[in-house]
Design a protein around this ligand. Sequence first.
Ligand code: SF4
Ligand code: SF4
Length: 135
Amino acid sequence: MQKKRVVLNYPSHLTDQPVISRLIKNYDLEINILRGWITPREQGRLVLEITGKRPALEAGMNYLKEMGVETQPLAQDVRWHEDRCTHCSACISICPTKALDIDRKRMEVSFHKDRCIACEGCIPVCPYQAMEILF
Ligand code: SF4
Ligand code: SF4
């Protein structure tokens, strides 16, 4: 089984279509909606964690493309500005997935994009605006 975290951008004409339920039903994928904004007659956006066998995942992603839904990896939309980070560790206990982690011996914080679920928990606690979510 493979897991992907992706951001979906919906054109306005698809916001009332059962795109996600078809993805689950027709491609045997598990979908976890991490975040979502869909406004009638406007573009919508969803952050999904999709789990399934590799061929099913590929077929599901092709289906989204054919439907006109743009997808991009979640990691592209979450940024850790290392130059602003003072390694104060205020974010460590907040992050639910250990995407922000600390080496206790060296007191050095690191960011692991692949673990981030874009929950935004770190945004208000970071005093130096070192974390940014671009949606
Ligand atoms: S957005 Fe959430 S999961 Fe991602 S680094 Fe911040 S606290 Fe961790
Ligand atoms: S709260 Fe901000 S400055 Fe402090 S360790 Fe986390 S990312 Fe770095």
